[in-house]
Ligand binder design. Structure first.
Ligand SMILES: [Zn+2]
Length: 109
């Protein structure tokens, strides 16, 4: 069972449902072309979400990196460690999300 967005009210519903339980749209009349359109929109939404995550990861990375070279931050201090951890997590997150984006886009085409 997959979750799709209702074409009528764009709320999340089951693809097995015959009618939308939010707006009572008759889903049994949807043809495969419309379903494909919905899936395409879902894919775009997913890509958009991943883009947002990658932006957060980028912020973590850049923020941590800049913080490491801040005037008050001494190497070996907890702030320096925190900055390094943030940079590392941001970097790893970014790589993973980029990989997922690539995979999602390949599936779409
Ligand atoms: Zn609906």
């Amino acid at each position: 069972m997959a979750v799709i967005n209702c074409p009528g009210c764009s709320k999340k519903i089951s693809d097995k449902a015959k009618t939308c339980n939010h707006c009572n749209l008759d889903l049994s009349e949807l043809d495969s072309e419309k379903i494909a359109g919905i899936n395409h929109v879902n894919l775009i939404n997913k890509t958009q979400r991943l883009m947002n995550y990658s932006f957060i990861a980028m912020l973590l990375f850049c923020g941590g990196f800049l913080f490491m070279f801040w005037d008050d931050v001494q190497p070996g201090g907890w702030q320096h460690t925190l900055a390094m951890v943030s940079t590392f997590i941001g970097f790893v997150m970014y790589i993973i999300i980029r990989g997922m984006l690539l995979f999602t886009k390949r599936k779409a085409s």
